[in-house]
Design a protein around this ligand. Structure first.
Ligand SMILES: [Zn+2]
Length: 315
């Protein structure tokens, strides 16, 4: 596959260079950026394939009670406590059995999951909530502005309409900015960071492990997909302000460790490998987090400039 084709996939998925290496197996008949922006099903088909959303992965312990139980491309996290567990995200609709296998492999029981939480209501993170809820009977807690999307299975999405729908699931608890989810000795705070979806949620865990305090963040909401309109003829009214508010919030926090819903965005594989010898130190990456937020902000402002024609004016 040519470098230019891989670059297109990388730019449309807002990825880093690690992904270029992992996209080796893509066939050469890659659609154009415009096709991917206009054809929702095509976009998800290619992103899924390039980023291995539906390929099983080995589970891993990150730090203290936090475990990775996702797929090769998607972040799904288990917070294991003595009073039951919290599960963040569920990946694609096909991911349920993979998550269950990973949880069992770690020595935990999926049936002990008491609370389900989410980063945002798109199919690649919310696809298997119905499956997990049926299996566990856990309570689902969702940020207010994503409740309708979760319950309908993301029908009537501002970009994807019904194209990327999944099985909807009843929300048991409606969250607002700053609300907390507590189980055992795990305390998670939900921050409303809209833009990518109306109810996108950044989660922050404050942990003490072996006498050391860690702030662990799961930043969310700042990414935009092909075809999103963030300034001119906006995808939804207020999206520009939402993104800027989210950038501001993400800049304010200073996590020691950051994890994310797409593995390539924080070099999950690299950190996991280094953790074999370095332990928790491999996951601490305050500088990487700062760079991540700066890159999201820059990409957004470039998109605003493009939509408003500012770049053309200076050429
Ligand atoms: Zn999404």
């Amino acid at each position: 596959m040519s470098i230019s084709a891989r670059t297109v996939i990388a730019s449309i998925c807002l990825l880093n260079f690690a992904v270029l290496a992992s996209a080796q197996t893509l066939p050469p008949n890659l659609p154009s950026k415009e096709q991917l922006a206009n054809d929702n099903k095509l976009f998800v088909f290619w992103a899924n394939k390039a980023l291995k959303w539906e390929e099983p992965a080995e589970p891993a312990r990150i730090v203290g009670p936090i475990y990775f139980v996702g797929t090769k491309g998607l972040g799904v996290f288990l917070f294991a406590t003595s009073e039951g567990h919290i599960l963040m995200n569920t990946g694609m609709p096909s991911s349920g059995p993979m998550i269950v296998d990973s949880i069992r492999k770690l020595g935990f029981k999926p049936e002990d999951i008491k609370v389900l939480i989410n980063a945002h209501a798109h199919i690649d993170h919310a696809g298997a909530f119905a499956f997990m809820k049926t299996l566990t009977g856990a309570q689902l807690a969702v940020m207010k502005d994503d409740v309708a999307a979760m319950e309908s299975g993301d029908r009537n999405d501002f970009k994807y309409r019904d194209d990327l729908a999944y099985e909807g699931v009843k929300v048991d608890r409606v969250l607002r900015d700053g609300d907390t989810v507590k189980l055992g000795d795990v305390l998670l705070t939900a921050y409303h960071t809209p833009g990518h979806t109306r109810g996108a949620t950044t989660w922050i865990a404050n942990l003490v492990v072996d006498g050391k305090a860690y702030v662990v963040a799961f930043p969310e909401g700042a990414g935009f997909n092909p075809g999103y309109r963030v300034a001119k003829d906006p995808s939804y009214p207020g999206i520009t302000e939402d993104y800027r508010k989210t950038h501001h919030m993400l800049e304010m926090i200073k996590p020691d460790i950051w994890l994310a819903q797409h593995n390539e965005s924080y070099d999950f594989e690299g950190k996991r490998k280094r953790a074999e010898t370095q332990g928790v130190r491999a996951w601490t990456d305050a500088e990487g987090y700062r760079r991540f937020v700066a890159s999201k902000k820059r990409a957004f402002e470039d998109q605003v400039d493009d939509e408003l024609g500012a770049n053309n004016a200076t050429k």
